[in-house]
Write a protein that binds this ligand. Structure first.
Ligand code: PLP
Length: 212
């Protein structure tokens, strides 16, 4: 199936108010072009250098989302144009985003990444740290925390995935007066995520094909 058909199929199967981030990491410009020409404008990348290269070569009305672990010393490269950073996992990173946003005369929307998986290798704040992170971020003028992001454990156990997503949904609900975006769900688990309250899914391989 073609990239544009894959996107249409996913969009037709989810409620209209759910944002689809097409995760184009490792995929060539030509693939993103096909998706763009079919009308899709929101793409996610997880590496800064790749994100910048693609930004420079593709139309300016694309909304670029940074979804991967972000090192502080690389924030400056994406600060001029990034639409949403999903992966804020420390106060220090948030402060750097704020500084670089200010230098670019803009405010950058961010999500707080929450560690919900059983693996310790995944990044993110503990749920007990969210309140503090939100408080700290409210002191920063050039970042806007609009929601939470999480990644489930790498497992085939849908019950466990659902449990982790529902946990994040409960954290989200507690802070719902300040937050509007809940970014959960990837190719393998976006249907579970939507049932658990996701309103932003990050989908790569079932659009562009498996990555090598
Ligand atoms: C790669 C990636 C995705 C998309 O994964 P697929 O399984 O290909 O849909 C989503 N979120 C993050 C953070 C990723 O790194």
């Amino acid at each position: 199936m073609s990239i544009s058909k894959n996107i249409r199929k996913i969009k037709n199967s989810i409620p209209e108010d759910i944002t689809l981030v097409a995760v184009s990491k490792t995929k060539p410009i030509s693939d993103i072009r096909i998706a763009y020409d079919s009308g899709h404008k929101i793409f996610g990348e997880n590496r800064v250098q790749e994100l910048v290269e693609k930004y420079e070569q593709l139309p300016q009305d694309i909304e670029w989302h940074m979804i991967g672990h972000l090192q502080r010393n690389k924030v400056k490269y994406i600060a001029p144009f990034v639409s949403l950073i999903h992966s804020v996992d420390s106060i220090k990173l948030l402060e750097e985003v704020n500084k670089r946003a200010r230098l670019n005369n803009r405010t950058i929307d961010c999500l707080i990444q929450v560690h919900i998986a059983s693996e310790s290798s995944k990044f993110g704040f503990l749920s007990s740290e969210i309140k503090h992170a939100l408080l700290e971020s409210s002191k920063l003028e050039n970042v806007n925390i609009i929601g939470l992001m999480g990644m489930a454990s790498f497992t085939n156990n849908n019950n466990q995935i659902e449990k982790e997503f529902l946990f994040l949904k409960s954290v989200f609900k507690k802070n719902q007066n300040n937050l509007s975006v809940l970014s959960i769900g990837m190719s393998g688990d976006y249907k579970i995520a939507i049932n658990c309250g996701s309103n932003m899914i990050r989908v790569g391989s079932i659009i562009f094909g498996n990555r090598n």
